[in-house]
Design a protein around this ligand. Structure first.
Ligand code: DX5
Ligand code: ZN
Length: 219
């Protein structure tokens, strides 16, 4: 798989969400990353189902829904119905992770697990074969525009080893503080999908920024 770019809509202008989604449709973005924050699992509230549905109504790219919420099982069906193609839950929010992963798959979505910066990759050793995606958080989740945590490089390298050792097909996604300054190194150590929020949307020409990012990794 070529390197996938997933701009995070959290950094977009919510008053012009349709235009922002149109821009992403016309861009070289592969997925649209949708950050759901509940004010409990993370110290911030973003948006929920109606906004996800509105994004989906205009999007021509798959929605990669990142659930930063407690009790995600309760909302998985609803987010799937609102258009999620990838449903990512947090390792730290799931007591019965195996059941949650099976449930996501039964909904016909791709199953992802995100790990916070303090969570060791090796804790995924007994579920990695069931996963479609692991999202390695390179900031503490809750806010866009934070500084990249450089320990992420060695976590991704270790995760790649684990995936190969377990014969898993899981993709590695990296989320938080991603920009052109760390993208190449992230890909080099094993990342497959780059999430980028503020780097894309704070630039003067987001479409060109996405293109530059995508073009740095020819398939
Ligand atoms: C952080 C979110 C990220 C965030 C990325 O809690 O999960 O997806 O929107 O934004 P940047 O790229 O600005 O760090
Ligand atoms: Zn995210």
């Amino acid at each position: 798989m070529s390197v996938q770019i997933a701009p995070s809509i959290l950094a977009a202008d919510f008053a012009n969400i349709q235009q922002e989604v149109t821009m992403l449709n016309e861009s070289q973005a592969d997925w649209i990353h949708v950050d759901i924050m509940d004010g409990v699992f993370v110290p911030n509230i973003s948006f929920g189902l109606p906004v996800t549905q509105a994004i989906h109504n205009h999007a021509k790219k798959p929605l990669d829904v990142h659930l930063m919420i407690v009790n995600p099982d309760q909302y998985l069906s609803a987010f799937r119905e609102a258009g999620a193609e990838v449903l990512t839950v947090h390792y730290e929010a799931c007591t019965h992770l195996n059941r949650t992963i099976q449930f996501i798959k039964s909904l016909g979505a791709k199953a992802g697990v995100a790990i916070n910066p303090h969570t060791p990759v090796d804790l995924l050793s007994d579920c990695i074969q069931d996963l479609d995606l692991v999202c390695v958080m390179s900031v503490n989740p809750g806010f866009g525009g934070q500084k990249f945590i450089s320990n992420t490089f060695q976590k991704i390298a270790r995760l790649k080893e684990l995936i190969l050792a377990k014969n898993s097909k899981a993709w590695i996604e990296v989320d938080g503080g991603v920009s052109s300054t760390n993208a190449s190194e992230l890909i080099k150590v094993g990342a497959d999908i780059l999430v980028a929020g503020s780097f894309v949307f704070s630039s003067s020409d987001p479409k060109a920024t996405i293109k530059r990012l995508k073009d740095s990794f020819p398939s």
